[in-house]
Design a binder for this molecule. Sequence first.
Ligand code: GRF
Length: 213
Amino acid sequence: MQIAVMVSGGGTNLQAIIDAIDSGKITNTEICLVYSNNPNAYAIERAKKAGIPYAVKSPKEFADRKDFNEALLQILKDANPDLIVLAGCLVVIPESVVKEFAGRIINIHPSLIPSFCGTGFYGLKVHEKALERGVRVSGATVHFVDEGTDTGPIILQKPVMIQPDDTAEVLQKRIMEQAEWKILPMAIDLIANNRVKIVDNKVVIDGYCDLSL
Ligand code: GRF
């Protein structure tokens, strides 16, 4: 399976995917493209280091959002991936891309959906809101992308306990280490090995899968 990974920032989730492919935790998978909207994303350095093709295209280069959306769709069509992985990608995915790659886009979100998700819940804000609400547990979710924001079928989730002195930054880091870097590679491996099906808008995983990770 060929995957395109879309990023905007540090790219630690991208790195987790690269490492899992190298170590054999993800099988049958090659990264055919890393796309970033942000030319300064450290994720691009990670792609370069790993010898992975990359593309940078920012909406700021275009006067009209429509033109950016077309350019983005063309970049993705040219890469021709079987799966698109949103790994910290802050660009709103155009409807045309969701249509073209229907059922073939997944996203990692740093909370247990349906909590702390939807419009406006991105980056540190997710963790600020979780701490503000005083939840005892948060975590991460890998889900398919549909036309809504964080509304597609859930593939994997992993809970992470909140600690009394957590700040949003500390919690963000713990959720990445304990959840995101594990469930995102695992979801890709499951899809690459044809073990993920959608039935009645819910994901069914074929065969045994150790969700305790
Ligand atoms: C992660 O917390 C991810 O869940 C969120 O953005 C962050 C990306 O981090 N959507 P990185 O670029 O993978 O380091």
